[in-house]
Design a protein around this ligand. Structure first.
Ligand SMILES: [Zn+2]
Ligand SMILES: [Zn+2]
Length: 132
């Protein structure tokens, strides 16, 4: 049976289903993720054809750079999605999934931009930049 993972924002106005295979979770420590979330981001990634969003009228996209945008709930502020312009994939914030999410973490990226107030000690691979 095909895997399905459900999630939502904090207030519940936006919910989503990610079907099929999703990428392992990557932690992003870049300054944009830090600023938007107050800490760092943990996100998986899915093909757009396998992502269904309900309540998308509440979804606001913020163009955080010339090449990417970040989707959040305009009612409760939950960060839900990240999307590179022109990409057919959407990153989904791991914390928004209902548990058990059955997600696994793979790596840390943009470690050179991480906050100075914490250390990365989980033994996963650490990339100074995007890791690509
Ligand atoms: Zn919400
Ligand atoms: Zn980031």
């Amino acid at each position: 049976m095909e895997e399905k993972r459900q999630g939502s924002c904090l207030c519940g106005e936006i919910s989503y289903v990610a079907s099929g295979q999703v990428r392992p979770v990557v932690y992003c420590h870049c300054s944009q993720c830090r600023k938007q979330t107050g800490h760092f981001v943990a996100a998986t990634d899915v093909d757009d054809r396998n992502l269904d969003v309900l309540g998308a009228q509440q979804l606001t996209w913020f163009a955080s750079s010339p090449s990417a945008k970040r989707g959040f709930c305009s009612k409760c502020g939950s960060l839900l999605f990240w999307k590179a312009d022109g990409s057919e994939r959407t990153s989904i914030m791991a914390g928004g999934f209902h548990e058990p999410s059955n997600l696994e973490a793979a790596a840390h990226i943009f470690c050179e931009d991480k906050g100075s107030y914490y250390e990365i000690t989980d033994g996963l691979k650490q990339y100074p930049k995007s890791g690509r």
